[in-house]
Design a protein around this ligand. Structure first.
Ligand code: NAD
Length: 322
C-alpha cells in the first residue's frame, strides 16, 4: 500500500519545487515522488474510467497514492473497476460516480460530489470517447453520437471543472485525450477523426487561455495515445484480436508514458507503440502539414499518385536520423 500524503487541503507546496509559482523545468525533471500534482494524497478524476486507458490510469494513480474518482457511463463495469482500484487506494479514497459525460447535469453532479468529498482536483483526465463509424456523407446519427461524447463530453467536463481548478491553491493539470487520427486524419472513420481534431484545437486554446491566468496554477495537456490494446483500440485498428497484438502497447504502458510526460510538463504527449516510434509520427505529422504548404491534394499520404513519393519521403527521413 503506498504511503498517504498530507491532506489535499494543506497549504500550497512551499519548497522550491512547489508553491503557486510552480513550473516544471524540462531541463531539470522533478523526481517522481516529489511531483506536486501526481502526488500521494491528491485527487484524480477520470472519465471513461471503467475500461482501457481510463481504468489503467485509475489503477496507476491509486498505486501512487492519489484519491481517485471514477466516472463512466457503463455502470456495472465501472463498479467492478471501482473495486479493483479500492484494493490499491483503500476504502474512502475511491469514488465511483456513474456519469454520462455528454449530459452536462451529470458532469455537474460529478464535480459537486468530488469537491464535496475531497475539496480539490489535481489531475483531471478527460478521457471518455466512442468511435462509431461515420463517413463524410453517411452515418449522420453516428456523427451526432461521436461529437456528443468526444467533443461536447470533453467540453462539458472542461467547462465544469476548470473554473474551480484555476482557483485552487496547489497546482493541477487537465489532460484531454486526443488521437493521432485527429492530427493526420487517416481514412476510415471521418467522424472520429474530426472529433479528435476538435479536441486538439480546443485543448490548444485552453492551454493558451490558462497561460494568461495570473497564477498559471492549472496547465492543460493533449494526450495522444499510440495504438493501445483496448476495446476502442480494437475498433480503431481492425487487425486487433483477442490477444494484444505485438504492435500495440498495453493500456498500462501508455498510461505510464503519459504520466512521465505530464511530470516533464509536455503539452503534446505523443505516445509511441511497438509499431510506430516517435520519429515515424513526426514525419507523418510533417507530411500532413506539408499537404497545405506544398499544395498537394488532401490526405495525399493515401493518394495513389503520391504513394511512391510518400514512401521515399519516409525512407529518406528515417535514413537521415540513423
Ligand atoms: N486505444 C487506442 O489505440 C487509442 C488511440 C488513440 C486515442 N485513444 C483514446 O483514448 C481514450 C480511451 O480509449 P480506450 O482505448 O481506453 O477505449 P475504451 O473503449 O476501453 O474506454 C473508453 C471508455 O469511455 C467510456 N464512455 C463512452 N461513452 C461515455 C460517456 N458518454 N460518458 C462516460 N464514459 C463514456 C466507455 O464506457 C469506456 O469505458 C479515448 O479518448 C480514445 O479516443 C485510444
Amino acid at each position: 500500500m503506498p504511503s498517504r500524503g498530507p491532506s489535499p487541503l494543506r497549504p500550497a507546496f512551499s519548497t522550491s519545487l512547489g508553491g503557486a509559482s510552480f513550473k516544471v523545468d524540462p531541463m531539470s525533471p522533478v523526481a517522481d515522488e516529489l511531483h506536486p500534482v501526481i502526488h500521494a494524497g491528491r485527487v484524480a478524476v477520470i472519465t471513461g474510467a471503467a475500461n482501457g486507458i481510463g481504468r489503467a490510469a485509475a489503477l496507476e494513480l491509486a498505486k501512487l497514492g492519489l484519491k481517485v474518482a471514477l466516472a463512466d457511463v457503463v455502470e456495472d463495469r465501472l463498479a467492478e473497476t471501482g473495486r479493483e482500484v479500492t484494493a490499491f487506494a483503500g476504502e474512502g479514497n475511491v469514488l465511483v460516480i456513474p456519469t454520462d459525460v455528454s449530459k452536462i447535469e451529470e458532469v455537474v453532479r460529478l464535480k459537486d460530489k468530488v469537491y464535496e468529498a475531497w475539496g480539490e482536483v489535481a489531475v483531471l483526465l478527460n478521457n471518455a470517447a466512442i468511435g462509431p463509424s461515420g463517413t463524410s456523407w453517411a452515418g449522420l446519427d453516428n456523427w451526432h453520437k461521436t461529437f456528443a461524447v468526444n467533443v461536447f463530453g470533453v467540453l462539458n467536463v472542461q467547462q465544469t471543472f476548470v473554473p474551480s481548478m484555476i482557483h485552487q491553491e496547489n497546482p493541477s493539470v487537465i489532460i484531454n485525450t486526443g488521437s493521432k487520427q485527429g492530427i493526420t486524419n487517416p481514412p476510415g472513420n471521418t467522424s472520429y477523426n474530426a472529433s479528435k481534431a476538435a479536441v486538439k484545437s480546443l485543448t490548444e486554446g485552453l492551454a493558451h487561455e490558462l497561460r494568461q491566468q495570473p497564477t498559471q496554477n492549472l496547465t492543460a495537456h493533449l494526450f495522444i495515445p499510440g495504438w493501445t490494446y483496448t476495446a476502442l483500440g480494437g475498433a480503431l485498428h481492425p487487425k486487433d484480436t483477442d490477444q494484444k497484438p505485438p504492435g500495440a502497447w498495453s493500456a498500462e504502458e501508455t498510461v505510464l508514458y503519459m504520466l512521465d510526460k505530464v511530470r516533464e510538463g509536455e503539452f503534446y504527449i505523443l505516445c509511441p507503440d511497438n509499431e510506430t516510434r516517435r520519429e515515424i509520427d513526426e514525419l507523418r505529422v510533417m507530411w500532413a502539414a506539408g499537404d497545405i504548404v506544398e499544395g498537394r491534394p488532401a490526405l495525399s499520404r493515401w493518394h495513389p499518385n503520391y504513394k511512391s513519393v510518400f514512401e521515399e519521403y519516409m525512407k529518406e527521413g528515417l535514413a537521415s536520423l540513423d
